[in-house]
Write a protein of this length. Structure first.
Length: 406
């Protein structure tokens, strides 16, 4: 174990241009809106998915008064508002800043941080990730260099259970059984052990070093020559720990060792109506945690309130055909989409279970998850490809079912 970990510094690598992007990062944010067919789109970064009830109400009002009324959860626990007016960005920014959702305008797109959503709630984690989350966000917002990260660069803060560590982050911090933390760069199995109190600083230091090494010409660690080995080797002594692996929080009631209950629900395909969002904020006891699996965890909430969430169409228990089903916005919201993938996905719900499935309207595959899943891709002229194999609309449900249970 390292007893002292310096903040990593590196000289820019001349090799980084080998995988350079030919255009700038157009990833949308809360200040840089994306023009979609159904209006402007804003993506609001929510580090760790953690919202106060006041912040959640601000988002709900903004969706109703400035957009189409709905909120869309992303695979990074962020929120998208759709149907905004092209000139509505200023008012949205004012509302978000007042609510504390825009602590630094230059950094608003780079605050991409996922964190174990059940940390501190079920007794399974090895450490509470909230101190890391607060420090990573504060250090990011204070760093001029970190403002040069792309809107796609991702941090993962895992409490030791292995849930968000499996999401393909650029920098992962994992709590270790001995009270220290492992820091991993990209998808490498190698990591460096650091004191838990240094983990946030080291993680942000790696991100700053990535900006310098890449010269701002690549977006993710996976695009660097060597996929980031230089970054991890410069941190110190490298080891290869066993990486635990788990998945999304179980749906329903989550109990702590002391009997305290929290509620875990799923938003079907990540879409929340105004009624559903209001039900969540009204049920919450001060805080909501949005998950990278398009769910919501409500800490310390009476069990009896789960019934009200089920009544508004949220998934509140196992066995739902909506579980594991994801999709991009598709037609008519996206001009690039070849199909109304959400309607087609809903028509195939009877094929639930098995591997997760993601429906994409075009080759960009927006929002697709990491890890094993069934790729259902709409193709020009009608029809789909399922894991690369053509499928017609007449056999689509059966073909998806077969792929999910293969």
């Amino acid at each position: 174990m390292l007893t002292a970990v310096p903040t990593p510094t590196f000289r820019p690598s001349s090799q980084a241009t080998a995988v350079s992007r030919g255009r700038g990062d157009a990833c949308p944010g809360a200040l840089r809106l994306h023009a979609a067919d159904d209006g402007a789109l804003a993506r609001v970064r929510i580090p760790g998915g953690v919202l106060t009830t006041g912040q959640a109400r601000t988002l709900g009002l903004a969706a109703r008064e400035l957009g189409d009324g709905e909120l869309h959860l992303t695979s990074r626990g962020n929120v998208q508002l759709r149907g905004l007016a092209p000139d509505g960005g200023g008012e949205l920014a004012d509302r978000l800043e007042t609510a504390g959702l825009l602590p630094s305008w230059p950094h608003e797109r780079v605050r991409n941080v996922v964190a174990s959503p059940l940390s501190g709630l079920d007794g399974r984690g090895l450490a509470e990730v909230r101190p890391w989350l607060r420090e990573v966000d504060a250090l990011l917002c204070a760093s001029p260099t970190a403002a040069g990260l792309s809107g796609r660069f991702l941090f993962a803060l895992d409490d030791g259970r292995g849930d968000v560590a499996a999401l393909g982050a650029d920098v992962t911090v994992l709590a270790a059984p001995d009270g220290t933390a492992w820091v991993r760069v990209g998808a490498s199995p190698d990591a460096v052990s650091v004191p838990a109190g240094d983990a946030a600083r080291v993680a942000v230091g790696v991100a700053e070093a990535f900006v310098e090494v890449s010269g701002g010409r690549v977006w993710r660690v996976s695009e660097l020559p060597g996929r980031g080995e230089e970054l991890i080797l410069r941190l110190g002594e490298v080891a290869r720990p066993a990486w635990p692996r788990s998945g999304a929080p179980e749906l329903g009631v989550v109990r702590a060792p002391d009997g305290t209950a929290s509620l875990s629900v799923l938003a079907p395909m990540g879409r929340l109506t105004a009624t559903q969002w209001d039900a969540l904020t009204d049920t919450a006891s001060g805080e909501l945690r949005l998950t990278p699996w398009r769910g919501v965890v409500l800490p310390s909430v009476p069990v009896g309130r789960l019934t009200g969430l089920d009544a508004v169409g949220l998934v509140t228990g196992p066995g739902s055909p909506w579980s594991g089903v994801g999709a991009c916005i598709g037609r008519p919201g996206c001009a690039k989409a070849h199909a109304d993938v959400r309607t087609d996905a809903a028509a195939c719900l009877a094929t639930g279970g098995g591997l997760p499935v993601h429906w994409s309207g075009c080759e960009r595959r927006c929002g697709r998850p990491s890890g094993d899943h069934v790729d259902v891709l709409a193709v020009p002229g009608g029809g789909y490809r399922i894991a690369g194999t053509p499928s017609s609309l007449s056999t689509l449900a059966a073909d998806v079912a077969a792929a999910r249970h293969a």
